[in-house]
Write a protein that binds this ligand. Structure first.
Ligand code: UT7
Length: 347
C-alpha cells in the first residue's frame, strides 16, 4: 500500500457539509397534446389497447424547433426560483438525457449559457430513464463533500426525434418533457442513500438500432448493402417489463430499508413513469399502504425517460397530492439496463 511521501504537505480539501436536499423543483410539458388516435395513424393499434397495456391516454410532443435546451431552460428557471437561488449560485450542472442530437459537445454548457450561469462544471449523464436519479445521487455527494454548493440536476428528453412513429413496439409509449431540481446544503438529511446498479447482459433490451458507424458505412459505402437509416430506439418490451417487475421492485423495498423508512411513512411513491402496470406491480410487491399517493403522471405525459420522475413529482406537489417537506421514494430504471433509487424530502 502506498503512503504519502515524507515531508510533503497534506492536500487542502474543501470542508464537507453534513447534509444536502432538493431546494427547488421545476417542470416543462410541451404544448402539443398527442392522442392515442394520432399515434394509431402510424401503427396497427387502438386507443383501448394502449390505455389497457400502459395507462397512457395522451402524451406531449415538443414542436419541431423546440430543443431539449429550450425545455430544460423553462424547468430550471422554475426550480431555481423555488430554491431561491440565482445563476451566480449554481456551481455545477448535471444534465441527464439520451436525446441531445450532438455526439459532442455536451448539452449542459449550452444550458448554462441560456441561464446566465458563468463557468459552471457542466456535463451530460447518459443513464436513460435512471439518469435523473443518478444525478440526484451525484449532486448529493458533491454538495456533501464540499465540491459544489448548489447543483442543478436536469432530466429532459425529446424522444419524438428518436422513436420510430411506425414501430408498433415503442411508438405509443415515449414522449417529450423536462424536469429540473436544485440540490444544495441542508440542516437535515434530505437525500437518502442511493441504491444503483446495471445489467449489461440486457444491453440490447432498449437500444439505438444501429451504431453511428453503421450509418456512416451505409452512407459512404453504397456497396456495403447497408441501408442509410435513422438509428431509432428499439425496445424488447416484454423483457424490460419482466426485469422492472421482478428485479427493480425489490430494489424499491431495499432503498426504503437503507433510509430507515417504512412503506407507511412515505408521503409519495414516484416510480419512473414507464408503464402504469409496472407501477402497480411495484406497489403490490412493496406492500405499499393504499393511502400512500402514487405518481400516475404517465396517463397524460407518457414515458419521458430521464424527465419522468421530476415531472411526476412536480405535478403531485403542485396538485397537492403530496406534501412539501414529506418523504418520497423515487426510482428510475431503463436502458442499460440501469437503475437508481433514493428516498428524498420533497421541496
Ligand atoms: O422507460 C424505459 C423502460 N421501459 C419500460 O419499462 C417498458 C416496459 N414494457 C412495456 O411497458 C410493455 O412491454 C409494452 C407496453 C411495451 C408492451 O406491452 P405487453 O403487454 O408487454 O405487450 P406484448 O409485447 O406482450 O404483446 C401482447 C399482445 C400481442 O398480441 P397476441 O400475440 O397476444 O395476440 C401483440 O401482438 O399485444 C400485441 N401488441 C399490440 N397490440 C396493439 C403488441 N404491440 C401492440 C400495439 N397495439 N402497439
Amino acid at each position: 500500500m502506498s503512503t504519502p511521501k515524507a515531508n510533503q504537505p497534506a492536500l487542502t480539501i474543501p470542508p464537507a457539509v453534513q447534509h444536502a436536499r432538493i431546494h427547488g423543483l421545476g417542470s416543462y410539458r410541451p404544448e402539443r397534446v398527442v392522442s392515442n388516435a394520432e399515434i394509431c395513424e402510424n401503427i396497427d393499434s387502438s386507443d383501448e389497447w394502449i390505455q389497457q397495456r400502459t395507462g397512457i391516454i395522451e402524451r406531449r410532443f415538443a414542436a419541431p424547433d423546440e430543443s431539449i435546451i429550450d425545455m430544460s431552460e423553462a424547468a430550471s428557471l422554475q426550480a431555481m426560483k423555488q430554491a431561491g437561488v440565482t445563476a451566480d449560485d449554481i456551481d455545477f450542472i448535471l444534465f441527464a438525457t439520451i436525446s441531445h442530437p450532438y455526439q459532442t459537445p455536451a448539452a449542459a454548457p449550452l444550458l448554462a449559457i441560456r441561464l446566465g450561469i458563468t463557468s459552471p462544471g457542466a456535463l451530460d449523464l447518459s443513464a436513460a430513464c435512471a439518469g435523473y436519479c443518478y444525478g440526484i445521487s451525484m449532486a448529493n455527494d458533491m454538495v456533501r463533500s464540499g465540491s459544489a454548493k448548489y447543483v442543478l440536476v436536469v432530466g429532459v428528453e425529446k424522444l419524438s426525434d428518436y422513436v420510430d412513429p411506425h414501430d408498433r413496439g415503442s411508438a405509443f409509449i415515449f414522449a417529450d418533457g423536462a424536469g429540473a431540481a436544485v440540490v444544495g446544503p441542508s440542516d437535515f438529511p434530505g437525500i437518502g442513500p442511493t441504491l444503483y446498479g446495471s445489467d449489461g447482459d440486457k444491453w440490447d433490451n432498449i437500444v439505438q438500432k444501429d451504431s453511428w458507424l453503421n450509418l456512416r458505412e451505409a452512407i459512404e459505402n453504397p456497396e456495403s448493402g447497408l441501408t442509410p437509416r435513422w438509428p431509432y430506439i428499439e425496445m424488447k418490451g416484454q423483457s424490460v417489463f419482466r426485469w422492472a417487475v421482478f428485479s427493480i421492485a425489490p430494489i424499491a423495498k431495499k432503498t426504503l430499508e437503507a433510509s430507515g423508512v417504512t412503506p407507511d411513512q412515505l408521503d409519495a411513491f414516484v416510480p419512473h413513469q414507464a408503464n402504469m402496470r409496472i407501477s402497480d406491480a411495484m406497489v403490490k410487491a412493496m406492500k405499499l399502504p393504499e393511502d400512500v399517493p402514487v405518481a400516475r403522471d404517465i396517463a397524460t405525459t407518457g414515458n419521458t425517460s430521464a424527465a419522468s420522475v421530476p415531472l411526476a413529482m412536480h405535478r403531485m406537489l403542485q396538485a397537492g397530492d403530496a406534501p412539501s417537506g414529506g418523504l418520497a421514494l423515487q426510482i428510475g430504471f431503463g436502458a442499460g439496463l440501469a437503475y437508481a433509487a433514493q428516498v428524498v424530502v420533497m421541496p
